[in-house]
Design a binder for this molecule. Structure first.
Ligand code: ATP
Ligand code: MG
Length: 230
């Protein structure tokens, strides 16, 4: 079991091959302090998602280790890892059910007040209250009740409620209007506060605010630094 963590993450000389002889990552070393935000950028196929896959233990490294607070994640239970490493995917996952259930997902112990507090913190409360039945409004997995921006805010509320020390975010590329964009930026700031975060970043504003921008190229780190340094 992974004990309660601060959120230090280290990739130690990671090599990873999905197929033998074709490395997707070719020796990645990266140390991230608790609370730091990392933006992963790079061309398609450069290895961004693969880094995330290893951190979530969807795969194990071919060589090297991934450590969280010094614990090799291969040695901990998936359940204890998943409770402290959260992920918000690009196709923000909405299931058929009420808005409340969608935010509460994975935190069944959360009260209605907890749900609303999380929604308010990421500025989702106002649009939810305008829906026909507020938090009890039923949404469909592929329904059109919610805009892309609203879906994103819901997934932020869910992540905030889950409260993982390490948060992984695959930023949506869908185009959204400027006002929603601003709201999402603010919500993101709230969500990342005090957490270690890895963001596959598509928005310039996100990249600009990251503590460390890691530029990947063909499975290697080409350069890294903050926005002023690069
Ligand atoms: P994108 O911006 O398109 O999402 P990415 O930076 O996330 O790209 P990865 O998905 O990490 O890139 O892919 C890195 C390399 O691994 C690529 O060469 C890709 O073809 C290969 N790859 C990714 N997933 C698999 C898989 N499931 N099986 C085999 N090869 C894969
Ligand atoms: Mg990817």
């Amino acid at each position: 079991t992974l004990p309660p963590i601060q959120g230090a993450v280290s990739f130690e000389s990671i090599v990873f091959e999905y197929e033998k002889g074709r490395p997707a990552l070719r020796g990645i070393s990266l140390d991230v302090a608790p609370g730091q935000s990392i933006a992963l950028v790079g061309h398609t196929g450069s290895g961004k998602s693969t880094i995330i896959n290893l951190l979530c233990r969807f795969y194990d490294p071919t060589e090297g280790r991934v450590l969280i607070d010094g614990h090799d994640i291969r040695g901990v239970t998936l359940q204890s890892l998943r409770s402290q490493v959260g992920i918000v995917l690009q196709d923000t996952f909405i299931f058929s059910g009420s808005i409340r259930d969608n935010i509460r997902f994975g935190r069944l112990d959360a009260t209605d007040e907890d749900v609303e507090r999380a929604a308010k913190a990421v500025h989702a409360h106002d649009f939810i209250m305008k829906l026909p039945n507020g938090y009890d409004t039923e949404v469909q997995e592929r329904g059109s009740v919610l805009s892309m921006g609203q879906r994103q805010l819901l997934s932020f509320a869910r992540a905030l409620l889950a409260d993982p020390r390490v948060l992984i975010l695959d930023e949506a590329t869908a185009s959204i209007d400027t006002e929603t964009e601003l709201r999402i930026q603010e919500a993101l700031k709230t969500l990342l506060q005090g957490r270690t975060s890895f963001i596959i970043a598509h928005r310039l504003s996100t990249i600009r605010h990251a503590d460390n921008i890691v530029v990947l190229d063909h499975g290697s780190i080409m350069e890294s630094g903050n926005h002023d340094e690069l």
